[in-house]
Write a protein that binds this ligand. Structure first.
Ligand SMILES: [Zn+2]
Length: 215
């Protein structure tokens, strides 16, 4: 199964009873933006936190695999789903979930993606462009995951995403537009490849302190 857009079904905000300090602060209106959450350094342990602060969050199913596992009772089949979430404006999350039904695996992955949400620093890192607008990444970044390595090279405005369909989906949800993607290793292993792209996007903030997150 390849990437497809789906309606959000995972998170029901109306029935949300926060069980973490951060969740309670958000429901009480003491924290009103996702930027404040990352500045506070508090961990996101409830998916509803993401949906309250990013109401227009979108989900894409990146991959669903059948996973066979040998147990004492014989062979057991489960589905493993990879889901990406993002607001197409500087926030991206990626997560996985396993279940005996596809739908449940996707829902678990969608929750996990929310709990892994991270800010993406955007910029114009292209020496050919120099427009200064946040249409790409600010500098070259590298990501690694399970035998896959990717390098994101900033591109000039109007270039588009020169990359595979899977990374286009993830980069689109993150809100970056113009770049070249180079990949090495077992790039046909979609879960590892998606994870490496996510890792590279998170690296846009690795050289910057938390104080820069709001800029
Ligand atoms: Zn530019």
């Amino acid at each position: 199964m390849t990437s497809r857009h789906r309606e959000k079904t995972t998170v029901n905000l109306e029935e949300w009873v926060p069980r973490t300090r951060l969740g309670k602060m958000i429901q009480a209106g003491k924290i009103t933006s996702i930027e404040e959450v990352f500045l506070s350094g508090m961990k996101i342990s409830e998916p509803q936190i993401v949906d309250s602060l990013i109401p227009d969050i979108q989900e894409e199913v990146i991959n669903v695999n059948l996973v066979q596992k040998q147990t004492d009772a014989g062979e057991k089949s489960r589905f493993k789903a990879i889901v990406a979430v993002g607001n197409r404006d500087g926030y991206i999350g990626l997560g996985s979930g396993k279940a005996s039904q596809v739908r449940n695996a996707i829902e678990k992955a969608a929750v996990s993606a929310r709990l892994n949400i991270a800010p993406v620093k955007r910029g114009c890192g292209s020496w050919e462009c120099g427009c200064g607008k946040p249409h790409s990444v600010p500098f070259q970044v590298e990501g690694k995951c399970g035998g896959v390595r990717v390098v994101i090279v900033p591109g000039p405005r109007g270039l588009g995403l020169v990359s595979s369909e899977v990374s286009k989906t993830i980069l689109g949800l993150a809100g970056v537009k113009d770049l070249w993607m180079r990949s090495y290793g077992s790039t046909r292993t979609v879960p590892s490849y998606a994870c490496a792209v996510f890792d590279a996007l998170k690296k846009t903030y690795s050289l910057i302190t938390t104080a820069d997150w709001v800029k």
